[in-house]
Ligand binder design. Structure first.
Ligand code: NAD
Ligand code: LMR
Length: 329
């Protein structure tokens, strides 16, 4: 029996993500938590004739506890999105506290659940989550994931457009680093199938992948950021986890993780300037991350340059998240 929880289920991402999860053959129970409208969203989805039993919870009457108790997977898209002109880091002041409080609930009521964090800034909210879980003595790095799948989805789509392939899903492109602007590092040199493009096309493609989120924020003109593509990406990640839990082998997703807690992670950490968190291809198994796949030692000189830039931004974002919980020195 698999219970999945969406925290932030009434929002722009939460609703379509909950719809996709309601269609999953792996999920028996789907609990929707939000500060508004979650009973309504749950009532609506509950009429769909798939097996998952859907329930909706608000904060009143210990709703967070009821939603989380018995959870196997908790996905968190709670928090405010960007408006034009904002960076993801501008969301920190509001979203840091939201993530801290939800993770505290997970530490208390479902400490062994897989935790997938979508709320931005991911580069900081995942370190926040790790520190809260550590404080409660329940941190399992193999089960805490920052969701960077949308960067991978974009790299597949935009690359297919540039090289003129009709089906973007044939591409496997590692995207490492973090989830904001130049901390997003697509490794096009490791793409399968190979991508043969000019240096100027490559530069433009990398820039589009790094700043793809801005395209959506600008197109939505103040009404939020990516929601539908994010719901797809979030679902893809949950689906991969549930496939691995069900015994499928060779399941790999790129995700922002605490490196030292996962076999192979320290090798990647030693290539970076000692960063604790990094997005990397991770093999998934029944109890979470099984192995970090080291792609950093195979990158091109051009990509080494991109990584150097990413390291600086990431170090600051990670420190900001950790300091939010443990206090600035
Ligand atoms: P939204 O405003 O449409 O929805 C957010 C939802 O969170 C709302 O329903 C709100 O009521 C709820 N919420 C607020 N505080 C809460 C709390 N304490 N507990 C439970 N729910 C709470 O925003 P959105 O477009 O769905 O985006 C959500 C977040 O996801 C943003 O931070 C955005 O930047 C981020 N995001 C991340 C990625 C990624 O690739 N990781 C992609 C897109 C968006
Ligand atoms: C994205 O990449 O689309 C998200 O992180 C949302 C944003 O703020 O751009």
């Amino acid at each position: 029996m698999v219970k999945a929880v969406v925290a932030g289920a009434s929002g722009g991402i939460g609703q379509p993500l909950s719809l996709l999860l309601k269609l999953s053959p792996y999920i028996d129970e789907l609990a929707l938590y939000d500060v508004v409208n979650s009973p309504g969203v749950a009532a609506d989805l509950s009429h769909i004739s798939t097996k998952a039993k859907v329930t909706g919870y608000l904060p009143a009457d210990d709703g967070l506890k009821a939603a989380l108790t018995g959870a196997d997977v908790v996905v968190i898209p709670a928090g405010i999105p960007r408006k034009p002109g904002m960076t993801r880091d501008d969301l920190f002041n509001i979203n840091a506290g939201i993530v801290r409080d939800l993770i505290t609930g997970i530490a208390l009521y479902s400490p062994s659940a897989f935790i997938l964090i979508i709320s931005n800034p991911v580069n900081s909210t995942v370190p926040i989550a790790a520190e809260v879980l550590k404080k409660h003595g329940v941190f399992d790095p193999k089960k805490l994931f920052g969701v960077t799948t949308l960067d991978v989805v974009r790299s597949e789509t935009f690359t297919a457009t540039v090289v003129g392939k009709p089906d973007p899903s044939v591409f496997k492109i590692p995207v490492v680093g973090g989830h904001s602007g130049d901390t997003i590092v697509p490794l096009l040199s490791l793409s399968e199938p190979k991508v043969e493009i000019s240096d100027s096309d490559r530069d433009a493609l990398v820039h589009r992948i790094q700043f793809g989120g801005d395209e959506v924020v600008q197109a939505k003109e103040g009404k939020g950021s990516a929601t539908l593509s994010m719901a797809h990406a979030g679902f893809r990640f949950v689906d991969s986890i549930l496939k691995a839990v069900a015994g499928e082998t060779g399941v790999v997703e790129n995700t922002f993780v605490y490196l030292s807690g996962i076999p192979g992670g320290d090798t990647v950490k030693s290539i970076t300037p000692g960063l604790d968190f990094f997005s990397v291809p991770v093999e998934l198994g029944p109890s979470g991350a099984v192995k970090v796949i080291n792609v950093l030692s195979q990158v091109s000189d051009y990509e080494k340059g991109l990584l150097e830039v990413a390291y600086t931004g990431l170090a600051a974002n990670i420190k900001k998240g950790v300091d939010f919980i443990v206090g600035a020195p």
